[in-house]
Ligand binder design. Structure first.
Ligand code: FMN
Length: 222
């Protein structure tokens, strides 16, 4: 079933939200345009995402459309860790408009206001209208397919390098999550780390990620 869904032509985006006095942000692929007039999109966010809880509070968010030549660390920074305890935006080049953050090298920068939402057990669908768009640059959008087939290992390496570097220089930076360099079985979709008493290999084949619901085959040792 997963192979069929992988044929969808999703792009990759960074969602930004305001979480006074900082910004939250997450990497997403579940974005689609649902209307041209008025311009509206739908964004699906996992319920445990910190960025999602910030959008719930403000009803506004930013979208940065990533180009295929994006610095792989940007992808890792926003996709592999939670902004609950990491100031993700301070680790990348960004700009702000109306108190929302945008990736500097993005193809398009879009400010959105939530007009409706549908809450499911694991995800929330935000229906949002486009308020304004800002600078756009020429280039090709980064697709989920390209990420999965080419960029993923490079993103993982860039993330490990920066983490190792930080550990050497500032092991317990205030407000930052202590870095965990031992590998754990991690959901490649939502980054949930399995820490149960039963060895991961011994979990039943129909066991599912408690956060996003994908099967065991989506877990990797990271
Ligand atoms: C390739 C990729 C695609 C992702 N797509 C989504 C998505 O569409 N919706 C979502 O809620 N999370 C998605 N995630 C997971 C979030 O980026 C990740 O859980 C992030 O740590 C959330 O950060 P936050 O807690 O700061 O919001 C994706 C992750 C990756 C690596």
């Amino acid at each position: 079933m997963q192979d069929a869904l992988y044929t969808f032509t999703n792009g990759l985006y960074v969602v930004g939200a305001c979480n006074q006095p900082y910004f939250a942000g997450a990497l997403v692929d579940a974005v689609t345009q649902i209307s041209a007039e008025p311009p509206m999109i739908m964004l699906s966010m996992m319920n445990h995402s910190h960025t999602k809880s910030c959008i719930d509070k403000t009803n506004e968010f930013s979208l940065s459309v990533l180009p295929d030549d994006i610095d792989p660390f940007v992808v890792a920074n926003f996709g592999f860790q939670s902004s609950f305890n990491i100031k993700k935006w301070e680790q990348v080049d960004y700009t702000t408009h109306h108190n929302l953050p945008y990736i500097k090298d993005s193809l398009a920068q879009i400010r959105l206001r939530v007009v409706d939402k549908i809450i499911y057990p694991h995800n929330t669908l935000f229906i949002a209208e486009v308020i304004e768009t800002y600078e756009t640059k020429q280039g090709n959008p980064l697709t989920y397919k390209y990420y999965r087939e080419h960029l993923k290992p490079i993103c993982e390496a860039s993330f490990d390098n920066k983490s190792a570097c930080k550990l050497e220089n500032a092991p317990h930076e205030k407000g930052m999550k202590p870095l965990n360099l031992h590998k754990t079985w991690t959901c490649s979709l939502c980054m949930y780390e399995y820490n149960g008493d039963i060895a991961f290999e011994d979990l039943p084949q129909d066991w599912r990620c408690p956060f996003c619901g994908v099967g065991k085959e989506m877990f990797e040792l990271r």
